[in-house]
Ligand binder design. Structure first.
Ligand code: EPU
Length: 349
């Protein structure tokens, strides 16, 4: 197993930030990792790189970077409850979703076109258009990076929350079961339930139904709609570097929300099942006038204020520092106007 030195990371992060990994290893199998861990090149700390689509790199990475390229996809079993489908962590998410539909196993269509890898999908519990990964999750295989032991987690053990999981928390967190930096996900299994039921509650999908007059879409139709909605709103990382939504949508109490509505009646808000209210962070940022503003080559996307983009392209990319300076300025202005602290969604390294 070869560890490469001084590897350019620009192709491996969707922001297109230029930085280097002092040491970099590509893992194509569990055996590659076992070989690396038992050899002289294995020196802590290590950093697990998935699709790099939810990442801001603020400088060269000194840790040994592990690029997970484990491939493979298969039907594990079909039961009366549904299809259990498995994919290697290195598979790209969107082609995997398209493949499940081609095979006749619907259920992931609302999550079409999300950038990144299958292995990264449970880390931030990806979600879009009314479906979160945890709604379709079966289990995952991972390897403990301290002991080399393989283990399997089910949904409860993965600690899913909104854009959150056990993999986002340090082992020393108050939650104490954090696995950040401790585990490498190798394979993920999904349970695609039978009978298939469309998830159509999201406003953008309701609009598509009204526009087309199709009120009983099949899974492929929903997939096509989600692709079209995302293409219209969100920048394609292959063209304009970005890491998707930069902040989580914040949750407030009904009292806090009433206070904001009294001042800004148009604030976009959604009641949650637990009685709290979720606010649209994109709306809050937009209301503070951030669309199109920039710091160096990092900018706020003109069509969706929740997305920060690399305006410099591959030749003059923004730096991670510029992204974080812009993010902090946005946080300050939203806090000053609305009293709300926005929490970044990507991993910052
Ligand atoms: N809005 C504005 N101005 C903006 C942006 C949004 O007024 O600049 C308003 C919109 O008009 C809409 C509301 O805010 O009324 C919500 O916007 P949108 O439907 O675009 O969704 P979002 O809450 O901004 C979330 C996810 C996205 C996901 C979409 C669809 C988070 C942090 N983001 O965005 O996920 O695709 O819903 O489900 O939860 C990602 O995580 O990277 C991501 C793209």
């Amino acid at each position: 197993m070869l560890v490469e030195n001084n590897v350019a990371l620009q192709p491996f992060n969707s922001f297109g930030i230029a930085a280097r990994a002092q040491r970099f290893a590509r893992l194509r199998s569990e055996a590659d990792l076992a070989g690396l861990m038992s050899g002289p090149d294995w020196v802590a700390p290590v950093f697990v790189l998935g699709g790099g689509s939810n990442l801001v790199i603020t400088g060269d990475i000194k840790a040994l970077v592990l690029k997970v390229d484990i491939l493979g996809r298969r039907l594990v079993e079909e039961t009366a409850k549904g299809w259990v489908v498995e994919a290697g962590a290195g598979e790209s998410w969107h082609p995997f979703v398209a493949w499940t539909l081609e095979q006749g196993w619907p259920g992931l269509e609302n999550l079409a076109l999300i950038p990144g890898s299958v292995g990264a999908s449970p880390v931030q519990n990806i979600g879009a258009y009314g479906v979160e990964l945890q709604d379709r999750f079966h289990s995952l295989d991972a390897i403990d990076l301290q002991t080399g032991r393989a283990f399997t987690l089910d949904a409860a053990q993965s600690g899913f929350g909104y854009r959150d999981s056990v993999f986002k928390h340090a082992p020393t967190d108050a939650r104490s079961f954090g696995l950040a930096g401790r585990a490498l996900i190798t394979r993920v299994r999904f349970l695609l339930p039978k009978p298939w039921k469309p998830v159509l509650g999201y406003l953008d999908l309701e609009r598509k139904m009204a526009e087309t007059g199709i009120h009983a879409p099949d899974a492929q139709q929903i997939f096509d709609w989600v692709v079209a909605i995302r293409r219209a709103k969100l920048p394609d990382p292959a063209v304009i570097g970005n890491a998707g939504s930069f902040f989580k949508n914040p949750t407030v109490t009904p009292e806090q929300c009433a206070d904001i509505i009294a001042r800004d009646p148009k604030v976009v808000h959604y009641p949650m099942p637990d009685g709290s209210i979720k606010l649209a962070a994109g709306w809050l940022i937009d209301a503070c006038g951030w669309k199109g503003k920039s710091v160096g080559n990092a900018a706020v996307y003109e069509k969706q204020a929740l997305v920060l983009v690399n305006r410099g392209g591959p030749s003059h990319p923004c730096t991670g520092g510029e992204v974080m300076t812009l993010a902090k300025a946005i946080q300050t202005s939203v806090y000053e106007r609305f009293g709300i602290r926005l929490e970044p969604e990507p991993v910052v390294v």
